[in-house]
Design a binder for this molecule. Structure first.
Ligand code: MYA
Length: 434
């Protein structure tokens, strides 16, 4: 399962240093050469009619060392922020989605279940649970007004969605109030009508109204301009099912029974003092995590309230374990993963793929490899089919050894209105978005 590959033709690795260059400016003005040069200029870099108007790093500026890191645009006085919503095409209207309402939460769940992110081969589609959506969208200090829907005026059916939640993100030494933008979704029947830019502008307006001017988001598509590009890795827990549903393939010269044996895990964790995180652990985990995250270039600035919300275990949403030293009772290590199933599209035997996603992990005494092996063991005991992890933070140090295989999709990380001139390595990133 991937988060969607960049479309063919979009320039990921090597954006044209000057895509705006006038294709007609050369002396050679025969019609043929004009057309050829125009075509060249169009195919070498994908134009982004919307994103070119936004305060984000632009492809044409890649490598320009004269531009400073930090905010691209200064905040405007709140009285100058547009007070009315942006116009939608006339058959549609804005709605604020109250995630406390069971009915609204169900509508959002159904929209995403049927229309949200699929892998490149359309075999799987994310199936975020209602519990997960309530958790993801109601962290400390959240704004209801940032849970934005679009309805068809006539039927009142929910046809599009975008959300923001507040977060403090540290970039190098600066702590910046941001919105984390997620769950951008337009119903399949309404695609390619430029609804997404209106939704992005509307969420931006509502974020500005709270005096917040930066945002963080991830996408499977290449947009101007990623701060880093990460790869998903997958660790099979139930290889037989994964092979049967087309998630993975039987390796060369491998039989099913050898494959099952290869991925077999012990029944219980091996680290003494490994246990589930509890409410009483919040302050120790906060200290451990803050100290660990401080080494990365970009990371969340979690306080105890954030840790309680994001990391205290919630059944079928987020799992967290820690190591309490049997001698000193100090909390020395921590690992966590969230639950995000995918619908399996068009398989006779299976409809749901149960996936765990590595979240935040900290090792100080237990080697990270052993800690993550224990995480795999508990995820396997909880009947997950696969354990996914990005190559962020120190994850590279355990991926291969613990039998993770690379996925075929990439996940690009972005900041809105905050320039980072030199792209980061994934290992310099200490942020996981849901
Ligand atoms: S990432 C998950 C995105 N969702 C999906 O992939 C679900 C399935 N796909 C869809 O529902 C639609 O295809 C979507 C686009 C809704 C994605 N992020 O309306 P259009 C640009 C940003 O004709 P549609 C997530 O949720 C595209 O480049 N922009 O297209 C994080 C083009 O612009 P340009 C995207 O296919 C979201 C324009 O939209 C994305 O009908 C972060 C085309 O619009 C994308 N994933 O709808 C949002 N995909 O011409 C940004 C396409 O310029 C937040 N586009 O290339 C920014 C910060 C805002 C807050 C700021 C506060 C200060």
């Amino acid at each position: 399962m991937t988060d969607g590959n960049p479309p063919p033709g979009s320039s990921k690795e090597n954006p044209d240093p000057n895509p705006e260059a006038n294709p007609f400016s050369n002396d050679d003005s025969s019609l043929e050469s004009i057309v050829r040069r125009f075509q060249d200029s169009m195919s070498s870099v994908k134009r982004h009619k919307f994103w070119e108007t936004q305060p984000v790093g632009q492809f044409k500026d890649v490598g320009d060392t004269s531009l400073p890191d930090g905010s691209i645009e200064l905040p405007t006085p709140l009285s100058e922020v547009k007070q009315e919503p942006y116009n939608l095409p006339s058959p549609y209207e804005w709605t604020t989605c109250d995630m406390d309402s069971e009915e609204t939460c169900t509508e959002v769940y159904i929209l995403l279940k049927n229309n949200y992110v699929e892998d490149d081969e359309n075999l799987f589609r994310f199936n975020y649970s209602k519990e997960f959506l309530r958790w993801a969208l109601r962290p400390p200090g959240y704004y209801k007004s940032w849970h934005i829907g679009v309805r068809a005026k006539a039927s009142k059916k929910l046809v599009a969605f975008i959300t923001g939640v507040p977060a403090r993100i540290r970039v190098r030494n600066e702590i910046v109030k941001m919105a984390e933008i997620n769950f951008l979704c337009v119903h399949k029947k309404l695609r390619s009508k430029r609804l997404a830019p209106v939704m992005i502008k509307e969420v931006t307006r509502r974020v500005h109204l709270e005096n917040i001017w930066q945002a963080a988001y991830t996408a499977g598509v290449v947009l101007p301009t990623p701060i880093t590009t990460c790869q998903y890795w997958h660790r099979s827990l139930n290889p037989k099912k994964l092979i049967e549903v087309g998630f993975s393939r039987l390796g060369a010269r491998m039989t099913m029974s050898r494959t099952i044996k290869l991925y077999k895990l012990p029944d219980s964790p091996v680290t003494p003092g490994f246990r589930k995180m509890e409410l009483r652990d919040v302050s120790a985990v906060t200290r451990l995590l803050r100290n660990y995250l401080s080494q990365f270039v970009v990371s969340p600035d979690f306080d105890e309230n954030d840790v309680q919300h994001w990391l205290l275990p919630t059944e079928d949403v987020v799992d967290s374990y820690l190591v309490e030293s049997p001698e000193t009772h100090d909390i020395t290590d921590f690992c966590s993963f969230y639950t995000l199933p995918s619908s399996i599209l068009g398989n006779q035997n299976y409809s749901i793929l149960k996936a765990a996603y590595s979240y935040y992990n900290v090792s100080t005494k237990t080697p990270l490899l052993q800690l993550m092996n224990d995480a795999l063991i508990v995820a396997n005991r909880k009947d997950f089919d696969v354990f996914n992890a990005l190559d962020v933070m120190h994850n590279e140090s355990f991926l291969k050894e613990l039998k993770f295989g690379p996925g075929d999709g990439q996940l690009h990380y972005y900041l809105y209105n905050y320039r980072i001139r030199n792209a980061l390595r994934p290992s310099e990133l200490g942020l996981v978005l849901l």
